[in-house]
Design a protein. Sequence first.
Length: 285
Amino acid sequence: MNAAINVPVKAGPPIKHDDIVRSATLAERFTTWARGAVPGALGFLSFLVVWEIVGRIVNSGRRIPMVPPPTSVVDAIITDGWSYYRPNIGTTLGYALDGWVWGNLLAVAAAALVLMVPQLELVILQLGVTTYCLPLVAVAPLVFLVYEGPTPYRIITVLFVFFTTLVLSLAGLRSADPTSLDVVRAYGGGRWQGLRRVRLVSALPSIFAGFKIAGPAAVLGAVLAEFFQPADSGLGVGIIRSQQQLQIDRTWGIAVVSTMIGAAAYLLTTLVARVATPWAPKLEV
């Protein structure tokens, strides 16, 4: 009879339950992300393919392309390089950032003022709607006529930012828990204490939602402002000059870069919002 041979097996470190749960959670997050990202990526690639085909068909036999394909646009961006885009992006981003900061500050302050002095609500909301609905072709020349330097660019950018943040901030401030407000009143606090200790905290997710929308809006406002009064540099100035020189590929390239900057502003604000308000549900705005 053959004797059984016992081979000693070295035991590894014990597997912790928390590690298993963490691995399962990461796998579920990745699966959820993939389900949402893959269809979007495929749709975007399909759009690029269709754009490439249509662009080549439409521009067939044309000396000046009407709708350049994506490959031509990317080639124009690479050819121009960072030396061309750096001063233009810097100028436009400066206007956009100033307008974003001032527009959001004024919007949050106006929303808080409505809570403190309810009689001003109608006036402030009408002012917000007016700034949002003013036709840019009518108000921009007047702004440039009254002000000089970078001020008119910032004012126009503020007009693109103010209304959306005002509405979302006001909605967030009004969504505060009534019970928490009653506790503040019971301890002798007034409207200011309720605003500072309860309403502002509960309104942060909505305020950040307004900030996210304001990012691309500020970039758009800065670019459009440069159309009315071209400066030495800027993305809007680059679009005007490339159109005048019939450089259609460069025109589309600047438009794509502007879009990417607006998207980056949105994503950056989203990341900041998730860090600043970890308790809040993820708002799809």
